[in-house]
Structures are given as C-alpha cells and as structure tokens.
Design a protein around this ligand. Structure first.
Ligand SMILES: [Zn+2]
Length: 482
C-alpha cells in the first residue's frame, strides 16, 4: 500500500494560519529583544536579553506540544573551562512515527547581529514593523523564525497524519560569534542528537522569493585586527609629514600584499581552492536564471557597478573565491574632530571570506605571515587573528532529496528548485559535515534580495517563510518514505 502523500493546499492554508496567528506575533516580540551575539555584547550574561529571547522561544515551542505529541523542549546550559556560563542551547526532541532511530536534525540560532547604522526613517532594529509582505527588524529573518518554522513544519505533518523520522531541533545562541560554544554542546548532547541522516538548516539564503533555494556550499572566514604603529604619539602634520611615513600608507602597502587593489583578487595561494567542475556548472545555471538580479539587489549608488561583468564569475567570486572586507577602524578621529595631525598609528579589522576546502587556521597563518613580514620603515605591525571558521561543500545529493526538493518547490512555489553556493558562513554545517559524513543537507532560508541580514533594514519576506515551512514539511515526509 502506498503511503498517503502531503496535501499541498491543506498545508498551504495551515502554514498561512500558523504564521499569521502564532509565528508573526511571537517574532514581533522577538525582534524587540536586543539579544546581540556575545561578540557584540560581552555583558550578555548580566544584560539578560539572551535569556529573554530563550524564554520567549522555548515558551512558544513548549506550547506546541498540544499539536506535536511527545515534543520535549529543554534549555541546556553548559559551563566553559573557566566555569562561566556558556551561551545556552534550546534542544527539542520529537519522537518519530516508527520505532527507528533515524533522525532529522533541524538547526537555527537565536542570537543577533548588532544594530548597524542606516535604518530608513520609520524603521528600527528593535521595533518590528510590518509593511506588506515584509516584517522589518533585527533578527527576524536571521534567524529568529527558524525555531518557529521548524515546529510549524512538524505540525503540518501531524495535521495530515503523515509519518516522519525522529526529529531534533537545535537552536544555538552564539552563531553570529562563530558558534564557539557549539562544539561543547554537540559533544555533551551527542546521545540525544544521534546520527542524523538529514540536516535541515534554516539560516541560509535564497536568490529570489520565487522558488525553493538550497545552499550547496558556504564560505569560511578568517578575521583579525591589523595594527600599524609608527610613532608613540601624534605630532603636527606640517612638522612631520615627509619625514615620518603615514601609518595609513603603510597599511595600504600591507593590504596590497594580500589583495590586488585594482581587481579585489586575493593574491595568497593558501586562500584559494580548486573549484569543482559541478560547482562551476551550477554557478553558470544560477547566473543564467538570475542574471542582473545577482547584483541589482544591492543598494548601489547611482552610476556604480559590480567588480566583473560576467554573472557566472560574480557567482563564483562570492561563493568559491576569497574576498576581503574592512569592517572597522581605530586610530582615526571622526571627520568633524580631525586636526592636522600625523597620527601615531592606524588599525583595521579584516574580514576575509575563504572558499570551502581551505583550512582556516592555515589561511589565518598565511595572512599573518604576509602582513607582518618585513614591515615598511621598520614600523610596528601586528595581525591579531580572531575567529576562523571553515567553509563547507555539500556531499553529493541523493536522488530522493533532489526529487523531494523539486516537488516541494513546484507544489508550494510553482517553480523548480534551485541550488547555489552562498557567500556567508555557518560554522555548524562544516562541523556536522565532518561528524556525519553520511548525512544529507537541506540548507535554505529566507535571506533573499534586499532582506539585508547584518545590515540596516533587515526584513523577513513573510510569504517565503510560509512556503518554506511547507517545503520543509514536505521534504521531511519524503525522507520518511525514502
Ligand atoms: Zn544567521
């Protein structure tokens, strides 16, 4: 006897109702909590925002036991080696329909990026605002919705009496700080996590809001502070310039050792990898589908243009090649208080994205070596490496999952599924890939055009959230049948 299949119109209506009546009100409360990731809120333990977010999400999830029999929700709290409280993890378990130990692991995070400047008038990071299809506010799309959507997906299956494997939902609270607490939890919770054959991650992106997008690779990152000091204190620039070299000019020279300033190409061999032919083909397909949408979604100033004209190269640039961003500066006063001073030093925060298969520790050392070698003018130059995370390349897709994603996309979006690499980093995926080499991955998310996670005006595209919830349910149902 063939098993019942997932009724798309029932699921669509239910997802709509759950989102409107239950998820969006909870997400609005979540957006109001400034629970910045520990890297941006070292006082997170005292401030209590993290705890408020945990209470909100765990509380909402516990109520779902009325719809999801056997659901268990627990906030797990470990201590680090210094005896300090680690960021907590919410772990949820839902028994499978059968007796098997086969497990689906669903992952998300509840910590947020900091505010960032530039929010449009009327919008604010900590005050939700719904405009049409969009819910604005920090952390709604990245990644507050994930816990709600995960359980909503399971509710859709329960409503239709469909079978699913045992499910574990894991919501961490330091993703935006590089997931440094997560390995300890994975170790401590190993018996409960089991050995998942499918991992669903709802913290990624989509290149449009018209189809189901899955992420086939992620970039890693090495970050750190580059400091150049030439004097012990600032001096009159009329007196010293021409004699004392500018620390900023020295920085420019150092940066040119690692990055071609004309093209943005990274010069260090250790930061590059051989791009697999299938990923090149995928990039081409994505470029053909999206074309100018690839870059038109960014808030360009008038007259500006991307670094290359070939869309396929742009796709590869943001997914399989290293790239440098300078995300912070010290040692420079704001323009309004800048006197005619030759400043004693300048420091920059470097954020280098690295492709999959590049070892982050080796990349960080290569960067340090190139920057610190033979300092110009004998200046004091230091590169202090910070977090280093590896990228990730998906294992070969099994046939059932390929078909499940395709049919889910057609059922709920009315278009075929698409796969692409992402330029961002989700450290946990690399950890999981190493730990569970047999697992298949459905990595997706609502971070589409203009959603601007990490920047100003972050929004969640509500119709995509609703459809994605139904797609996840559909894939979990197919997983049970495979
Ligand atoms: Zn995220």
């Amino acid at each position: 006897m063939s098993q019942p299949s997932f009724n798309a119109s029932t699921a669509t209506a239910s997802s709509e109702r759950i989102w409107e009546q239950e998820i969006l009100p909870a997400l609005e409360r979540y957006i109001r909590i400034p629970n910045k990731s520990p890297a941006f809120a070292p006082d997170w333990r005292e401030a209590g925002h993290m705890e408020a977010a945990v209470q909100l999400i765990a509380g909402w999830c516990k109520e779902q036991a009325a719809h999801i029999p056997g659901l268990q929700v627990e906030t797990v709290r470990l201590k680090n080696e210094k005896g300090e409280e680690r960021t907590p993890v919410i772990l949820m378990e839902v028994p499978g329909s059968g007796a098997g130990a086969d497990t689906v692991l669903l992952y998300g995070h509840l910590d947020k990026q900091p505010e960032m400047t530039g929010w449009r008038a009327g919008l604010s990071p900590w005050e939700p605002r719904r405009e049409g299809d969009k819910l604005y506010g920090r952390g709604g799309a990245d990644d507050g919705y994930s816990a709600f959507a995960s359980l909503a997906a399971l509710r859709l299956l329960k409503e239709q009496g469909l079978a699913h494997a045992r499910c574990v939902v894991l919501i961490e609270a330091c993703e935006e700080s590089g997931s440094y607490d997560l390995p300890a939890y994975i170790e401590a919770l190993a018996p409960r996590i089991g050995s998942p054959s499918l991992v669903v991650c709802l913290d990624s992106g989509c290149a449009n809001y018209e189809q189901l997008w899955t992420t086939t690779s992620l970039r890693g990152m090495v970050a750190g502070n580059l400091r150049v000091e030439i004097l012990t204190e600032g001096v009159h620039s009329g007196d010293a310039s021409g004699v004392v070299p500018s620390s900023f000019r020295i920085l420019r020279q150092l940066l040119s050792r690692v990055e071609d300033e004309a093209t943005g190409e990274i010069k260090l061999e250790a930061l590059h990898t051989e791009i697999p032919p299938e990923r090149k083909a995928q990039a081409k397909a994505v470029a053909d589908t999206l074309d100018a949408e690839l870059f038109s979604r960014f808030p360009w100033v008038e007259g500006s243009r991307p670094v290359a004209s070939d869309p396929a190269q742009l796709v590869l640039n943001r997914t399989w090649r290293p790239a440098l961003s300078l995300t912070g500066v010290e040692g420079m006063p704001p323009l309004a208080s800048a006197g005619n001073v030759l400043r004693p030093g300048t420091a920059l925060k470097l954020s280098m994205r690295i492709p999959p298969h590049v070892d982050p520790t080796a990349a960080s050392l290569a960067l340090k070596g190139a920057l610190e070698k033979d300092p110009p003018y004998g200046a004091k130059v230091r590169f202090e490496g910070e977090k280093a995370s590896a990228g990730w390349d998906a294992p070969p897709l099994e046939r059932w999952l390929e078909q499940a994603m395709e049919s889910a996309s057609r059922a709920f979006f009315g278009k075929p599924a698409m796969a692409m690499g992402e330029g961002g980093t989700i450290p946990f995926m690399e950890m999981l890939g190493r730990k569970f080499p047999e697992a298949q991955f459905l990595i997706t998310g609502v971070l589409g055009p203009n959603s601007n996670a990490h920047g100003p005006n972050e929004f969640l595209h509500i119709p995509t959230g609703k459809k994605l919830t139904a797609c996840v349910a559909s894939v979990i149902a197919e997983h049970a049948k495979r």
